[in-house]
Every structure is written in structure tokens, then in C-alpha cells.
Design a protein around this ligand. Structure first.
Ligand code: ADP
Ligand code: MG
Length: 330
């Protein structure tokens, strides 16, 4: 297959932990051809959606000339060529958030490319329609008490009821803007004003889940099936946020019975919507986030358990592309 990866600049990849890199290595090892472009290199030209794409070659360690950058180059690119997006067998949207208007615009362009025959994962419409934070409310049986509002008075009432709460913005990532407010309610007013910009922005408040001390578990769903191991991201001492970006430590572990129940309920529903790869966040027994833009943690799970996460992903991708080709051909 010819696979187009839409990603952040390749120079920014940390190849020892990047999930997109693990996908690339696995796909290349199976003889697939890799192509690369940035989100900014998608255009609609004369009715066709094009990517200014470059063939991407992975280099073995030691093979790359680093041109004095002090680290080994891991890739080599051919010259860019404007290529209709449907000319690729598969397109993987792996740009990291922020989920801003440029991201939304990319989903519009990719959705158009889809209507012109492209196979895009995750499905652009599904990425766009899906709030990583609010989507948990579609599965109310799995969530802790949760409030979404702009109304400061409602947040105060929620705090009065639950005593120990988390307040977070809807568009954060990597633990940014996540606050815990305990029984004394200290700082609640200032947190609501700051995060909510005086009622202009919608916030999420959630009952604090004490099981966070055992980690925020990332459960990957691939093509409608859970990966059998989660990565528990354990907060560092004195920190409430388990995100690796906030200094958390990743510890792979088998799914618990409850993890499995949550994963097996959500997996087929989300795959039906065109979400080939999803990263659930589960704290203790509760679903707290459904990540769909560019889920990670492949390498940590592969390194600690030997489970071939990237292999499972490329298997699912190959199956999905073959299934669509079969429908188109009939
Ligand atoms: N209800 C909660 N109870 C306890 N900790 C929470 C709760 N919600 C979030 N956190 C902490 O904040 C971190 C980030 O929250 P999350 O909702 O996953 O947002 P982000 O998009 O920033 O990852 C989690 O890893 C966890 O440590
Ligand atoms: Mg999270």
C-alpha cells in the first residue's frame, strides 16, 4: 500500500517513544510505501483535494547523516509532489492537537477527499464530531459525576455536593489546566474565573477519583478490539495529573475486569463510526476521556509487554482498506 501520514514536522519526533514512528516502522517492514505531509500542505485545487507529499524512507541507526545536528537523522525524504489524496491507499491523520480551527479545516478537506475515494483514518467526520472530554457522557454507566457548564454558581454547587473535585478546560491536553479543589474550596473562585475567563468558556467539573494514585490508564482500541494491556500513567509525588507530559510514569499492566467491560462496550461502537484507533483514559473504574485525534502509548506498551501494538494497528489498517476496496469493487 501507499500510506500518507499527515503529522507534525518529522524533526520534532522522539523516535524512542513516538506512536506514529512505531506505525511507520511496522508498515515499512511489511513493504508498504510511506509518504508524509504536514497539515498545512493539504489544498483544494480545482475541485480535487491534494497533498504536497514526499516519499518517506526510514533510515537504520547510524545510516543517517545528521548534518551536524548532533542526533542521528532517522528519515530521508524524496522531492515533494502535489498528489491527489485519493491516490494513496490509506491516509493516517496523526497531527497532534490543539484541536483548533485549522484542525477542523483539515477534517473538512479530508472529508471531501473521502468523498473522492480516499480512505482516511480516523474518519474526518468522526474526529470532528467527537469531543474528547464530553464524549464520555455517551456512556453514562461508566463515568464519575460530571458537570459541563459555563455557570460559576453550578460549579460551586457541584463542589458543595462532592467536596473534592477536578476542574478542567474542555480543550486541554497533557494535563494542561487541570485543577483539584478539596473540601476547603480554596482557590475555587479564582480557578473558575481564570479557566472560564469569567463565563466565556465552558468548563468540566468532575468528582475527584482517588484511584488516580494508581494511575490514569490508557486503553487502546484498534479496529474495534481492545489492546489487552493498558499503560497506567502514575502521577509523580505531589501531582494530581498522571499525564506523561506532566511527569507521570508509564507502567504497562493487563486490563482489569472493569477495564475490559468498558473497552469491549465502547470498541465496536467507536469503530462503527470510523475511529480505527482510540485511546480511552480510565481512572480506577471510571472512563474520563475518549482520545481520537492522535492517541499514543504504543511504544511504552510494546517495550514493557512485548505485545505487538503497531502490528495489531497495521493489521487492522490493512483489513479496513481491503474491506473498502471490496465494497467499491462490487
Ligand atoms: N475526575 C478525576 N479524578 C482524578 N484525577 C483526574 C480526574 N480528571 C482528570 N484527572 C487527572 O488529570 C489528568 C488529565 O486529565 P484528562 O481529563 O485526561 O485531560 P488531558 O486531556 O489533559 O489528558 C489525568 O491524567 C488525571 O491525573
Ligand atoms: Mg488524558
Amino acid at each position: 500500500m501507499r500510506i500518507l501520514f499527515i503529522t507534525d514536522p518529522l524533526e520534532t519526533f522522539k523516535t524512542y517513544k513516538d506512536s506514529t514512528y512505531a506505525m511507520m516502522v511496522e508498515a515499512a517492514s511489511r513493504g508498504h510505501q510511506l509518504f508524509f505531509c504536514l497539515q498545512s500542505q493539504l489544498s483544494l485545487v480545482g475541485g480535487a483535494v491534494e497533498a504536497l507529499a514526499q516519499r518517506l524512507h526510514l533510515l537504520d541507526a547510524g545510516e543517517g547523516n545528521d548534518h551536524g545536528h548532533g542526533h542521528d537523522a532517522w528519515f530521508r525524504l524524496d522531492a515533494p509532489a502535489a498528489t491527489p489524496v485519493p491516490a494513496f491507499d490509506a491516509v493516517l491523520m496523526r497531527k497532534d492537537p490543539p484541536f483548533d480551527m485549522e484542525y477542523v479545516t483539515s477534517t473538512w478537506l479530508l472529508e471531501l477527499a473521502e468523498s473522492q475515494g480516499a480512505n482516511v483514518f480516523n474518519k474526518p467526520q468522526a474526529i470532528r464530531d467527537h469531543s474528547e472530554k464530553v464524549a464520555i457522557a455517551q456512556f453514562p454507566q461508566f463515568i464519575t459525576p460530571t458537570l459541563v457548564t459555563r455557570d460559576a454558581a453550578r460549579i460551586r454547587a457541584f463542589h458543595a455536593e462532592h467536596r473534592d473535585i477536578i476542574v478542567k478546560p474542555l480543550d486541554g491536553m497533557g494535563g494542561m489546566g487541570v485543577f483539584r479543589v478539596g473540601a476547603d474550596g480554596m482557590n475555587l473562585g479564582a480557578i473558575i474565573e481564570t479557566l472560564g475567563q469569567n463565563g466565556v468558556r465552558t468548563l468540566m467539573a468532575q468528582r475527584y477519583i482517588p484511584a488516580i494514585k494508581d494511575g490514569d490508564k490508557r486503553i487502546l482500541l484498534i479496529g474495534g478490539e481492545p489492546v489487552p494491556y493498558s499503560l497506567a500513567r502514575v502521577p509523580m509525588a505531589g501531582e494530581v495529573r498522571g499525564n506523561l507530559a506532566a511527569g507521570g510514569t508509564g507502567r504497562a499492566q493487563p486490563l482489569s475486569e472493569r477495564d475490559r467491560e468498558i473497552a469491549q462496550t465502547l470498541a465496536p461502537v467507536l469503530w462503527q463510526r470510523g475511529l480505527l484507533l482510540v485511546g480511552l483514559d480510565v481512572i480506577g473504574d471510571y472512563l474520563t476521556e475518549v482520545n481520537v485525534t492522535s492517541p499514543t502509548c504504543f511504544q511504552e506498551i510494546m517495550q514493557q509487554t512485548g505485545f505487538p501494538v503497531a502490528g495489531m494497528f497495521v493489521d487492522a489498517l490493512e483489513r479496513a482498506v481491503a474491506a473498502r476496496a471490496a465494497t467499491k469493487g462490487s
